[in-house]
Design a protein around this ligand. Structure first.
Ligand code: PAF
Length: 282
């Protein structure tokens, strides 16, 4: 398996294997790989000549120093998982210096307001950090197709906007959420949960599923109040937000109108660990 820690060597290697009709699939990650990441890689492997996976805990997208410090870093285990999946995967695991070259700051982006909703409200600067790293990684890897999970649905929409606005020559492929047996959305942060917290976190998807079931009969106000009451009664969780939004604009909705696609979004804290999930409602 080819593992690169420097962009120059990676770019040279990609040039050396390039052929006229070859395609490069790219799966950007922050490591601590789980089944969800492996599913993205599997899809990339099946659709491209070569697949590059990046593993980089990007400091500029963290607005909380504790979250950055505690983010799991498990490169050896990650490499083993990729090796077991397919030893043709090309790994790029750069240092902060290799990416930021001594200037570890975000660029400022305008994503037509997508960045101001939900995660953007609660994690100031987060999407500038995501935009900065994704654009940088695209410049280095020059992928034909790039694969992102729908768990971070807002990120997925923002990356599509980044590509549109900057006329980048890459197709963004959104992939379904991968869930644990208890339906908890797979996330690298799940590693920090105790077995009991993981178990109890089943309430997140149960609540979203119930919202979906009631979406055609209840008003958005009633659904918002019901979700609040579920989490108020549950001392393990701290609800940060629950929002029903227009899937295209990500703007919070208060009424249901014909012809729009709606999606529910949730962020909760379990013992300082932040979990997010989302479900399409119609
Ligand atoms: O979704 C993630 O893991 C990160 O936000 C990404 C896309 C790898 C950028 O750091």
């Amino acid at each position: 398996m080819q593992i690169f820690t420097g962009k120059v060597a990676l770019m040279d290697y990609l040039k050396s294997i390039s052929t006229p009709n070859c395609t490069i699939g790219f799966v950007p990650t922050m490591g601590a790989l789980h089944q969800g990441h492996l599913a993205l890689m599997q899809r990339s492997l099946s659709e491209n000549t070569a697949t590059v996976v990046s593993i980089f805990v990007n400091p500029t997208q963290f607005n909380n120093a504790e979250d950055l410090a505690k983010y799991p870093r498990t490169l050896t285990a990650d490499v083993d998982k990729m090796e077991a999946l397919n030893s043709n995967i090309i790994v790029y695991a750069p240092t902060v210096e290799d990416i930021y070259e001594g200037n570890t700051v975000s660029k400022s982006f305008d994503f037509d307001g997508l960045e101001n909703q939900m995660e953007g409200q609660f994690r100031p600067g987060h999407f500038d950090g995501v935009g900065t790293i994704v654009k940088r990684l695209f410049e280095i890897v020059q992928p034909t197709n790039a694969y992102f999970g729908e768990k971070d649905f807002q990120q997925l929409q923002i990356v599509k906007k980044l590509v549109d606005k900057n006329h980048l020559n890459v197709t963004i492929v959104g992939c379904p959420i991968f869930r644990e047996v208890n339906q908890l959305a797979m996330s690298s942060r799940n590693e920090r949960l105790t077995a009991q917290e993981r178990d109890e976190a089943t309430v997140i998807f149960e609540t979203l599923s119930e919202v979906k079931a009631r979406f055609n009969t209840d008003s958005i106000e009633r659904l918002n109040n019901w979700v609040k009451s579920v989490f108020e009664k549950n001392p393990t969780f701290d609800l940060e937000y629950f929002v029903i939004a227009d899937e295209a604009t990500l703007q919070t909705q208060t009424n249901i109108e014909a012809g729009k696609n709606y999606r529910a979004f949730i962020a909760v804290y379990v013992n300082n660990i932040r979990l997010i999930d989302t479900i399409s409602l119609n």
